[in-house]
Design a protein around this ligand. Sequence first.
Ligand code: AMP
Length: 199
Amino acid sequence: MLNIVMFGAPGSGKGTQSAKLIDEYGLYHISTGDVLRREIAKGTELGKLAASYIDKGNLIPDDVIIDVLDNELKQLDESKNGVIFDGFPRTLKQAEALEDLLKKHDTELHAVIGLDVPEEELTKRILERGKISGRSDDNAESVKNRLQVYHDQTFPLREFYTQKGKFMPVNGHRIVDEIFDDIANGIEQRTGVARRKKK
Ligand code: AMP
């Protein structure tokens, strides 16, 4: 199996690069943000709770989001070659929970890909995306808070994963395919797993 965390600030390109990795390696995609947005659209209790946090750009409480992830992992399609975690973990508690959950599934995390993008660029990208995404949190006020929350609560995970020898920083301020080439090369070096589709 190949289990990868896509790590980075809002707007750093996690979703875009996840889509390419899924296609290249045949992975199962778990985006906690997408799961929550689906719950909001369905009007469930979880959706109602999530909306109150998402709209302001705050994180959903750890115990709630860890349950969401546990549930997603139970639905894992066994025919896939591994999992991409997109937007999870975002706190130290979530990172620890992820280790335990993967252990329960007899597997582990292989790499954490950190997309580095300058802050002005992040803001620009999210506000651009907001024009078409219809996302309640892609607006100037939420963006400011989301970047602050990332800085305070999520950024420290870099150190956590660096210490474990799993963190792979990538310059995310380039064209999509160049970033992807770096990621694929890094994965091969680290795990020995080569691209399925040769260029
Ligand atoms: P995303 O689509 O990953 O940018 O997530 C959108 C929003 O969903 C975030 O700003 C949070 O409010 C919430 N969310 C998604 N994933 C998590 C998580 N792992 N922990 C807490 N909140 C999350």
